[in-house]
Write a protein that binds this ligand. Structure first.
Ligand code: LR7
Ligand code: MN
Length: 574
């Protein structure tokens, strides 16, 4: 009998077998059998950190007579080891039909075990780490609205199976007004309530709101009922990986005003494969207040994948926070409804009011990323999401709020008046906590952002005596003149920075050697606005922005020319 490392498989990132091999050798010395080692381990199950199904993943046995090693098939089932699944025939048809229900393949989700094994995506150094005995305990809070039963229970099982008991104070499920048919197991008919009660050595509590709360209020409901020293929020379609929790709690133990986030791996919404992601990503947001990932820069991190690092913004759904600190730092903005932007609000707030947000590469949680959001927005997606964004902008962005409003209203033709609602409590919080400015945040926390720091002008640039505005194609970066407030895709919002650059998000207006114009990522040209002329000051003699109304292609010309070089700067404000 032997248990071996599986270096043999080229695609395998999991070399964590040695400690299990060692464990088994100790527990079953010289047992010499050629049985599935799960049988041996079964005897010692309560001494194992992980349940038996998981263990079988790691166990190999040797073929008698010294042949090639074969992987013991053990109790494999579809999707085990995080492998991809494809359906055929009738099932495939059904899966296509039902895809829109959750925007992931629910037929596949239903057909794989809710306790499937997944590859350990941590680095070897992370796998070898040991953690303090003094870690605080956690209340794990999972909110959901109309989640697929199999995805929700797989999330729950992944917590139950991969979290040391002593750290798990409780799991709180918050059912945010799910329709009746999402509150029981479609196969067994077991209700969520009964399912939650069926766990014996873990407390699983189910809270339910009959009124749709949205994820912010649902999380607050969970948090108010939580009794753990830390709160750990999860989306309802995740798979927590091996050893996911201790690294997060360890960081909070060291610094209770730090929010600790795992690296978020990808569970494919199409085939349910578990795919490890680049541990180096960090989160940011653009002028539209949309979240994006960007690679961690030259902060020494490139040399060490395992090092924790600050992130300007967290993804938002999966993080651990000290329970007292959560309330102290202002919990959530209850004025935000359904979905969106709460992660940006919380990130700016925590950083500027004295805390930190970090990604901890030794912690890994898989999440089903979807192309579209399947949940209903009672007031419509656009209105809801934009109102949430407006609340972030109004409270936290200072002068830069007009970049958000401007890019929404000038570039995207958002005509509705955006009403952000009552913000008094949030303003009061910002004042009481004596938080830094947005400028401080940009300079200190998010220098990689595409937000210029000094803004001397935000608005559009109209050709005098016409209804034409300077703009650029957001894909090709071509500069053009087109009807003011043209359809989306033609950016017409411009900023003049303190340095005299004329910029749009991430690009600056740049003259070429043939006196043409382009928006370009690397820019050096500076401009000056005097009277009605826009003067290129980085060349000598100075030249002027000019346009021939007919050709609608602006260019650079001699300032003395009469036609088409008069412009009106139309300052934008909400
Ligand atoms: O009305 C609602 N009530 C809810 O309980 C709407 C949603 N929800 C639940 C929902 O069932 C889910 O469990 O809230 C959770 C998050 O909703 P998703 O899964 O639709 O969000 P997402 O994964 O598309 O989006 C990310 O950004 C959101 C902004 O509001 C939240 O912060 C999500 O938690 C967040 N998800 C993650 O951070 C996981 C990693 C994804 C990334 C990047
Ligand atoms: Mn999600």
């Amino acid at each position: 009998f032997s248990v071996c490392s599986d270096h043999d498989r080229p695609d395998d990132r999991n070399n964590n077998n040695n400690k299990y091999a060692e464990f088994l050798r100790q527990m079953a010395p010289g047992c010499g059998i050629n049985e599935d080692c799960a049988i041996i381990a079964d005897t010692y199950q309560d001494q194992l950190e992980y349940p038996i199904r998981e263990l079988s993943f790691w166990a190999w046995s040797e073929v008698p007579g010294g042949g090639p090693r074969t992987l013991k098939t053990g109790p494999w089932s579809l999707g085990d080891r995080g492998e991809r699944i494809s359906l055929e025939g009738k099932l495939k048809k059904e899966s296509e039909k039902r895809f829109g229900e959750h925007e992931f393949d629910v037929v596949i989700s239903d057909s794989i075990s809710v306790q499937r094994s997944i590859p350990d995506s941590r680095s070897l150094a992370c796998q070898a780490r040991r953690y303090s005995q003094l870690l605080p305990n956690a209340s794990v809070i999972i909110c959901f609205h109309n989640e697929a039963w199999s995805a929700l229970s797989r999330s729950l099982w992944s917590v139950v199976n991969r979290t040391p008991r002593e750290l798990l104070k409780e799991i709180i499920l918050v059912d945010d007004a799910s329709y009746f048919n999402y509150t029981y197991d479609p196969r067994s008919g077991q209700s969520l309530q009964i399912f939650a009660q069926s766990f014996t050595n873990v407390t699983v509590r189910l809270l339910r709101s009959d009124e749709r709360l949205g994820l912010v209020k649902a999380r607050l409901l969970g948090a108010r009922n939580a009794t753990g020293q830390t709160l750990v929020f999860l989306d309802s379609h995740v798979e927590c990986n091996r050893g996911w929790l201790p690294p997060l709690l360890e960081r909070i133990l060291a610094s209770r005003s730090t929010i600790a986030c795992p690296v978020i791996d990808v569970v494919s919404h199409v085939d349910f494969s578990y795919v490890s992601t680049n541990a180096r990503n960090r989160g940011g947001f653009n002028w539209n207040l949309d979240f994006y990932w960007f690679p961690a820069g030259a902060d020494g991190f490139n040399k060490n994948n395992n090092k924790r690092r600050g992130t300007p913004v967290m993804a938002g759904g999966i993080y651990a926070i000290d329970a007292k600190y959560f309330w102290q730092v202002g919990a959530y903005d209850e004025g935000m409804s359904i979905w969106g932007s709460e992660n940006i609000e919380m990130s700016i707030r925590v950083w500027t009011c004295g805390g930190r947000i970090e990604i901890i590469p030794c912690s890994r949680v898989g999440h089903i990323f979807r192309g579209r959001n399947p949940v209903g927005f009672p007031e419509g997606v656009g209105r809801t999401v934009n109102r949430n964004k407006a609340r972030v902008a109004d409270v936290w962005l200072d002068d830069h709020a007009n970049l958000f409003y401007g890019s929404l209203m000038v570039n995207d033709l958002w005509d509705d008046k955006l009403v952000s609602g009552d913000l008094a409590e949030r303003f009061e919080l910002r004042k009481r906590m004596n938080c830094h400015s947005f400028r401080w945040y940009l300079e200190t926390v998010f220098p990689e952002s595409k937000f210029p720091i000094d803004l001397t002008f935000i608005g559009s640039i109209e050709l005098h005596g016409s209804d034409l505005c300077l703009g650029s194609d957001s894909v090709t970066n071509e500069v053009m003149l087109s009807r003011c407030r043209d359809p989306p895709g033609r950016r017409q919002l411009f900023v003049i920075t303190g340095k005299g650059h004329l910029v749009q998000e991430g690009v600056g207006l740049q003259s070429t050697s043939t006196l043409q114009l382009r928006m370009s990522k690397s820019y050096r040209d500076t401009w000056n606005f005097t009277g009605s002329k826009i003067i290129l000051t980085s060349t000598s003699p100075p030249l002027c922005l000019a346009s021939n109304v007919k050709s609608s292609t602006p260019s650079i010309a001699d300032c003395g020319k009469k036609l088409g070089n008069k412009w009106n700067l139309k300052k934008f404000s909400k």
